[in-house]
Design a protein around this ligand. Structure first.
Ligand code: NAD
Ligand code: TYD
Length: 369
């Protein structure tokens, strides 16, 4: 099988590349990534030495680039991770999110349709090469925001509220349109918030870890009571691979681990864990750019809230568990320690990905909060 993995140099895409190469010895991968600020080729440097892997630097919106990939490789699966993924950036520049996330998905679908269709049936629907599939990696954010109770299921109406989630919902709708109109074999997975290695430090958990190590303030939006449902990234990768191989065409699968946490609790737990790990292990103290006694809750600062800040996300993953037997394997208590250890051991990676425009971004985004 040959997978086209878009966004394979980003957080989840890179974890997926590592996961499937280890899991399936006989696959081939073509990775398409534009290497935006969020993509880092160094993250997949070892994988790029693997003869099973090809890398193409390019934009998913560019029809020529995508058509060339399909003409030069017999692609069986498209797994579309490539996206602009940060809500705060979408508030600053919505248009880029619509271009990449919606037009990019449509361009991939169109090229896949052309490459995969072999004639038509008597009603005029395209017929497809056996075994092909397009998987759109979506998010629970397309369902909007929950109150104190309830869960998102696959039948919850789409109700996106940020430019990011609106663009992801738009992509989901065009994927569904290709499934209905052209009978293209597709799946959509909608996962809750991921955490783990290679997470870019603009998102809550890696940003907090980075700031703690530098003794910088930890910006908590609003009153810190917003709730996210956290899943270890490898569990998400496993879910995607399972849906790709076994999901019923045309179906949506929610992915989540029943792990709701308030932001403020995540921040407090992260502080306590960094403090404990650096106290226990002298090697980890090398990652500190501040005195160990500075690592305490006084670093927390409540800042101006995000515009349109969704209150609560919570996924009901019953369908993927019942139909495909998927279950999360990493408990949050273990996953957060694994993640923090990874950052303590991989400060070179953090320095590399934050050496570009990151500081400018940080100053601009947090200056007037
Ligand atoms: P990320 O921002 O870390 O990575 C995105 C990758 O896409 C980067 O490598 C970037 O260079 C690449 N990219 C961006 N624009 C591109 C373009 N026009 N052409 C080609 N490549 C491009 O994102 P992530 O957190 O790894 O998320 C991956 C996918 O999973 C996204 O579609 C996101 O919506 C979805 N998702 C993320 C989460 C989460 O918690 N991070 C949860 C659910 C779903
Ligand atoms: P984030 O990691 O950006 O993911 P998403 O917005 O897609 O859920 O944010 C997770 C939560 O943390 C969200 O409620 C916003 C909040 N947050 C902060 O309080 N401070 C921060 O500096 C960031 C980046 C996020």
């Amino acid at each position: 099988m040959t997978y086209l993995v878009t966004g394979g140099a980003g957080f989840i895409g890179a974890n997926f590349v590592k996961y499937v190469l280890a899991k399936h010895p006989d696959i081939r991968l073509v990775i398409l990534d534009a290497l935006t600020y969020a993509g880092n080729i160094g993250t997949i440097a070892d994988e790029l030495k693997d003869p099973r892997v090809k890398f193409v630097k390019g934009d998913i919106v560019d029809s020529e680039v995508v058509a060339k990939i399909f003409s030069e490789n017999e692609i069986d699966f498209v797994v579309n991770f490539a996206a602009e993924s940060h809500v705060d950036r979408s508030i600053e520049n919505p248009q880029l999110f619509l271009e990449t996330n919606i037009l990019g998905a449509q361009n991939l679908l169109e090229n896949a349709k052309k490459a995969w269709s072999k004639g038509k049936d008597e009603s005029g629907y395209p017929l497809y090469r056996e075994g092909v599939k397009f998987l759109q990696v979506s998010t629970d954010e397309v369902y909007g925001s929950l109150g104190e109770t309830g869960y998102f299921t696959e039948t919850t109406p789409l109700d996106p509220r940020s430019p990011y989630s609106a663009s992801k919902a738009g992509a989901d709708m065009i994927v569904t349109a290709y499934s209905e109109t052209y009978k293209m074999p597709v799946n959509i997975t909608r996962c809750s918030n991921n955490y783990g290695p290679y997470h870019f430090p603009e998102k809550l958990i890696p940003l907090i870890i980075k700031n703690i190590l530098e003794g910088k303030k930890l910006p908590v939006y609003g009153d810190g009571t917003n709730v996210r449902d956290w899943l270890y990234v490898e569990d998400h990768c496993k879910a995607i691979d399972t849906v790709l191989l076994h999901g019923r065409p045309g179906q949506v699968y929610n992915v989540g681990g029943h792990n709701e946490m308030k932001n403020i609790d995540i921040v407090r737990l992260t502080i306590a864990t960094v403090r404990r790990l650096t106290e226990e292990n002298p090697e980890y103290r090398k990652a500190l750019k501040t005195a160990p006694e500075n690592i305490n809750d006084n670093l927390i600062t409540f800042v101006k809230d995000r515009l349109g800040h969704d209150k609560r996300y919570a996924i009901d993953p019953a369908k993927i568990t019942a139909e495909l037997g998927w279950q999360p394997e990493t408990r949050f208590a273990d996953g957060i320690v694994k993640t923090i250890r990874w950052y303590l051991e991989n400060q070179d990676w953090v320095d590399e990905v934050t050496s570009g425009e990151y500081m400018k971004y940080y100053e601009k985004m947090y200056a007037n909060r």
